[in-house]
Design a protein around this ligand. Structure first.
Ligand SMILES: CC(C)(COP(=O)(O)OP(=O)(O)OC[C@H]1O[C@@H](n2cnc3c(N)ncnc32)[C@H](O)[C@@H]1OP(=O)(O)O)[C@@H](O)C(=O)NCCC(=O)NCCS
Length: 363
């Protein structure tokens, strides 16, 4: 069934819309997507027929790429054995094609909406769990071309994309099955918005424009007082902290130094000064619980805090325990942070999601 219509007059357009909607409903039925997927499918429908083609690598090449991206062997096997084909798996192919086209359309545009990226229904088993690995394989060639056009160093390109392996491992640890933890996050990498440079990741955007804008941030009059680098429209970078080994001050300093050069060369913006960071790790209440030599407190000391905070309990539970519904008395209590979280919440207090900034040109 083609979604392209002859168009032209009003009745032709009506046929196109009807055919496209019918296709999205058919995809939903085939994949067992309930009404909670309605907005996502409608969004993908609205893109229209992609103008370029989705191409997946051959199974051996797909396996080699996923291994290079750090994916565990069980996920590589699941992804390779469920690679979809346009005629063999038309519903999964439709989804893949539309999702890839959307990411390619938004390449390099931090102002674009982050979009909806739900996990596929569990009844699809490995094929559903591997969907975002397939999307990675389908979109990566365009992302790598974009990196190349911007002269992003090759090691940065591959380190960036290898965050996939980390997120597949996180999903595997939580659910014991193939999948990608927080698939929406991985779309920033595929869109050329986010780069991993040493221990930290950096997103490239303009203040006040689109979903990458930090929250909380200064109001316009305070930003104007702080001057260039802080105002709406000023180019900036967001710092992100991937899970992994300890966040040592030396590794952070090395990352800031290299990031400054890489970002200035690949994404030159006159007058860029500040790098912002919005995270639970900047909650200044943590100094009640952690010793002064803690890496998190050392990280905090590199930043100036923006006034205000947003409640961050859910983020803390995600990044410390990877659960939200386990009662406090059943959470592990092995590390200082785990004990801190339980005693803070038991006392009826909340964690603070804060924004901080540092001058990357001096870091
Ligand atoms: C960022 C991170 C690497 C810092 O860990 P670190 O370098 O060990 O930090 P510190 O030295 O300050 O740790 C102090 C104590 O808290 C513990 N701790 C720190 N982060 C922890 C976490 N996320 N979960 C459990 N315990 C943690 C440490 O093990 C240490 O405990 P100990 O003294 O009993 O051995 C770690 O928190 C992490 O991996 N977080 C996940 C990613 C994340 O939160 N990103 C930000 C998203 S907004």
């Amino acid at each position: 069934m083609s979604e392209r219509g002859a168009g032209g007059d009003g009745s032709g357009d009506a046929v196109v819309v009807g055919a496209a909607a019918a296709r999205a409903h058919w995809v939903a039925d085939e994949l067992g997507c309930d009404e909670s997927y309605g907005a996502w499918l409608a969004e993908l429908d609205g893109l229209g027929e992609p103008t370029d083609e989705t191409v997946l690598p051959a199974p051996d090449d797909a396996a080699a790429l996923l291994r290079r991206l750090g994916c565990p062997e069980s996920a590589v096997t699941d992804a390779v054995t469920t690679l979809p084909g346009a005629s063999a798996d038309p519903a999964r192919w439709w989804l893949l094609d539309r999702c890839r086209a959307r990411l390619v359309r938004d390449l390099g545009d931090p102002g674009a909406s982050r979009g909806l990226w739900p996990q596929l229904p569990s009844r699809l088993g490995a094929a559903g769990g591997a969907f975002y690995l397939h999307l990675f394989l389908a979109t990566m060639p365009a992302t790598l071309r974009y990196h190349e056009d911007r002269a992003v160093p090759e090691d940065v390109s591959w380190a960036t994309l290898a965050d996939l392996g980390r997120h597949v491992a996180l999903h595997g640890a939580a659910y014991g099955a193939t999948g990608v933890d927080e698939p929406w996050w991985m779309t920033l990498h595929l869109r050329g918005i986010l780069y991993e440079i040493g221990r930290l990741q950096y997103s490239v955007f303009r203040l006040g424009e689109g979903p990458e804008h930090p929250r909380p941030w200064y109001d316009d009059s305070d930003a104007a007082l702080l001057g260039p680098g802080f105002r709406v429209g000023d180019g900036t970078v967001g710092i992100h902290i991937p899970a992994g080994g300890p966040l040592t001050p030396d590794e952070c300093a090395a990352s800031y130094r290299r990031a400054r050069h890489v970002i200035d060369a690949s994404f030159p913006v006159p007058g860029r000064r500040v790098a912002t960071c919005s995270t639970w790790l900047l909650d200044d209440q943590l100094d009640e619980y952690l010793p002064p030599e803690s890496n998190i407190l050392a990280f905090q000391r590199s930043f100036r805090l923006v006034p205000g905070w947003v409640e961050g309990d859910r983020n803390v539970m995600t990044f410390v325990f990877r659960t939200h519904d386990t009662p406090l008395d059943r959470l592990p209590q092995e590390t200082r942070m785990q004990r801190a979280v339980v005693s803070h919440l038991r006392a009826g207090r909340h964690f603070h999601w804060r924004t901080g900034w540092l001058d990357l040109s001096r870091a």
